[in-house]
Write a protein that binds this ligand. Structure first.
Ligand SMILES: NC(=O)c1ccc[n+]([C@@H]2O[C@H](COP(=O)([O-])OP(=O)(O)OC[C@H]3O[C@@H](n4cnc5c(N)ncnc54)[C@H](OP(=O)(O)O)[C@@H]3O)[C@@H](O)[C@H]2O)c1
Length: 248
């Protein structure tokens, strides 16, 4: 379907990495608000299907591997062929691999940069013709507190997450004339599979260094992401910290 042929109806959001963790939380909350959700997955397609159990016909699972950014246009095509519009894009999926710079394999280091940044640029680029015709259109990049204050072993991941801020602010300036808002959500430490391997001692140290004294929950982060995607009509180029005060 051509971007000129958009139909009216309920809003449509594309959420990457919707099979687990924060992305699944964002998808659930969008669905509860009446937004139709296309959720991407790499391996967990059945988990995205399950999100739709309480919302028949309102979830579209779409396969997307960050390592294959050439398929970004197909992802957007699948969503818009199905629903005829796209109002928001939440870039949540991310590749993480840690390792101190002195020891990490440089190929692995570069893979973290390349897969995350290329897929971001490719997806946004494919979505722009649709977003500019959307209703209260918005792009939300899930960044990280690590992108602003750093973390040992995270030179690659932190580079990606701080790049998200420069990317978002530049894109905000490019797309503001067409009414598309672009914002970043920067979570602190959140209980998901991504942080499950952090040893208990380190977890406690991180919680102690967080003003609110704990890790965040998926629902707390999802609420902030949905706020930026749906409600923050006068925010663009903003970076919202949802880190319990870890970066203060
Ligand atoms: N957890 C934290 O403490 C924390 C803190 C700050 C920022 N963040 C950010 O929040 C976002 C979500 O993190 P999370 O903790 O919810 O992660 P998670 O629980 O590990 O879930 C990752 C999601 O991304 C998808 N994914 C992973 N690798 C992929 C790839 N190569 N191609 C396509 N999809 C891929 C997974 O899909 P499949 O399951 O289908 O493979 C899954 O849906 C990320 O951007 C992360 O950097 C997390």
């Amino acid at each position: 379907m051509d971007a000129d042929d958009t139909t009216t109806g309920d809003r449509v959001a594309l959420v990457t990495g919707a099979s687990r963790g924060i992305g699944a939380g964002i998808a659930r909350q969008l669905l509860d608000r009446g937004v139709r959700v296309a959720g991407t997955y790499r391996s967990g397609g059945e988990l995205v299907e399950k999100l739709g159990a309480a919302h028949p016909g309102r979830v579209l699972p779409v396969a997307f591997d960050l390592a294959v950014p050439q398929t970004a246009a197909d992802v957007v095509e699948q969503v818009t062929a199905h629903w005829g519009r796209l109002d928001s894009l939440v870039l949540n999926a991310a590749v993480w691999q840690g390792g101190k710079l002195a020891r990490i394999d440089l190929g692995d280091w570069w893979r973290v940069i390349e897969e995350n940044l290329r897929s971001t640029a490719a997806l946004v680029r494919a979505a722009i013709p649709w977003l500019i015709r959307g209703e209260n259109p918005g792009v939300v990049l899930i960044g990280s507190a690590v992108g602003s204050v750093g973390f040992p072993g995270d030179t690659a991941y932190a580079s990606v997450k701080s790049a998200a801020v420069g990317f978002a602010r530049s894109l905000a300036k490019e797309l503001a004339p067409q009414g598309v808002r672009v914002n970043v959500l920067a979570p602190g430490f959140v209980d998901t599979d991504m942080t499950a391997a952090i040893p208990d001692g380190s977890r406690q140290k991180i919680a102690d260094a967080t003003l609110l004294g704990r890790f965040g929950t998926v629902d707390e982060i999802a609420r902030a992401a949905v706020f930026l995607a749906e409600d923050a009509t006068f925010c663009t180029g903003a970076v919202l910290a949802a880190d319990g005060g870890w970066t203060l």
